[in-house]
Design a protein around this ligand. Structure first.
Ligand SMILES: Nc1nc2c(ncn2[C@@H]2O[C@H](COP(=O)(O)OP(=O)(O)OP(=O)(O)O)[C@@H](O)[C@H]2O)c(=O)[nH]1
Ligand SMILES: [Mg+2]
Length: 389
């Protein structure tokens, strides 16, 4: 991981365009949000099954932004890609060699990619540091991900990536669909179920991006998403045993559909880019109005739970210490010698002090540490320690 500028023209565009960003960004519908901490770029995470065109679309988005002189920062999270066609500022392949991961952990390609990403996310705080340095001067952070969609449905790394980014930046998921491959109702439904589970897991604003519209228009999908009966009609032609299941799933997903933004694009021809960035801007706005407050509520709840846990630990500790203090009062020296480690150490210290004082012909009892003072000191230092937890 180096976080250096990409070699291609994108680098110079990103670097030089930052000053011009404001005006041109507004013209193209830049979603850079400004909050209390200054301008915040919008994170766009492309997620989708293998071969749907995520990397090609990212390259297209990068070129689109570059043509409008909008500064952006690109991150490649696919360890298995042979060539990164957009200029990645951070590339997972600089940090993890997934082929070696496969060998070392005796994994197949899918397991290798998943494990490589898991290893990389252990360093994600460093990635965030690099991003934070450039964040004030860019409008978008673009992330390409591998086609192993399970990363974002159940793997730990997916949650770390989406949670940490969305905790700082307005974050939008672009769920990429291969339009020509989704024309069969059952395949379409299966794709929607994936999209739904990703939305459920990430809880982030979502744009459904129907890619490859140069091959097949996404009009059929728009119709199916908004008109239940037309989807039913398509299903009736599908006589497979899945028909009735898909039909009932469709009803369940109606609510999901009602919150979706849908756009059709072609990563190859560049069609639909303006619509895509308009949808992104709306989604980023939704992050600010709905998701951010929900996220902050979840973080507040977590902090409250932590504070309650600390307080309860402290109470238990105080109780234990109060018991110890009572013991100090009632127990005599002989009894103290039989106590646990701290009591023994304190007794030894007292004995040493007594010996020292004896040598000076002083008063051993006066020189011994006052248990009450000591307990107060311990008390204060434990409070400080728990405060840091
Ligand atoms: N016709 C057409 N082909 C496309 C489009 N977008 C991508 N492709 C092609 O689809 C294939 C897969 O594209 P990628 O961008 O590698 O897909 P990906 O989702 O990144 O794939 P993985 O990284 O393996 O998950 C390539 O052959 C692309 O040229 C498009 O809009 N139209
Ligand atoms: Mg790819």
């Amino acid at each position: 991981m180096n976080g250096t500028e990409p070699g291609a023209g994108a680098a110079s565009a990103a670097g030089t365009a930052s000053g011009a960003g404001a005006g041109s960004a507004a013209a193209s519908g830049s979603a850079a949000a400004s909050g209390a901490g200054g301008k915040q770029p919008t994170c766009l995470i492309t997620i989708g099954m293998a071969g749907t065109g995520k990397s090609t679309l990212l390259q297209r988005m990068n070129a689109h932004l570059s043509s409008k002189r909008i500064p952006r920062y690109a991150i490649n999270l696919d360890p298995a890609v042979a060539q990164v066609s957009f200029g990645a500022h951070i590339d997972i392949r600089d940090t993890v060699n997934y082929k070696q991961v496969m060998k070392q952990y005796n994994l197949g390609p899918n397991g290798g990619i998943l494990t490589a990403l898991n290893l990389f996310t252990t360093k994600f705080d460093q990635v965030l540091d690099l991003v934070a340095k450039r964040a004030p001067s860019v409008d978008y952070i673009l992330l390409d991900t591998p086609g192993q969609i399970e990363i974002f449905t159940w793997s730990a790394s997916g949650a770390i990536i989406t949670d940490t980014l969305s905790a700082t930046y307005p974050t939008v998921v672009l769920y990429i669909i291969d339009t020509p491959r989704s024309t069969a109702p059952a395949t379409f439904m299966s794709n929607m179920l994936y999209a739904c589970s990703i939305l459920y897991k990430t809880r982030l604003p979502f744009v459904l991006v129907f890619n490859k519209t140069d091959v097949v228009s996404h009009d059929f999908a728009k119709e199916w998403l908004t008109d239940f009966e037309s989807f039913q009609a398509a299903l009736e032609e599908d006589t497979s045993y899945m028909g009735s299941l898909v039909s009932s799933m469709c009803l369940v997903l109606e609510e999901f559909y009602s919150h979706l933004r849908v756009v059709g694009v072609s990563a190859v021809t560049g069609d639909g880019m303006d619509e895509l960035f308009e949808a992104v801007q709306e989604a980023a706005q939704e992050y600010m109005t709905e998701f951010k407050s929900e996220l902050e509520r979840r973080m507040r709840e977590k902090e409250e739970r932590e504070a309650a846990r600390r307080e309860s630990n402290l109470q238990r500790l105080m109780k234990d210490m109060a018991l110890n203090k009572e013991s100090e009062v009632v127990l005599d020296g002989t009894r103290r010698a039989g106590r646990g480690g701290r009591g023994r150490r304190r007794k030894a210290a007292q004995d040493r002090t007594a010996e020292d004082v004896d040598m000076d012909d002083g008063d051993a009892v006066d020189a011994a540490p006052d248990p009450a003072v000591e307990a107060r000191r311990e008390d204060a230092s434990f409070r400080r320690f728990l405060g840091k937890q």
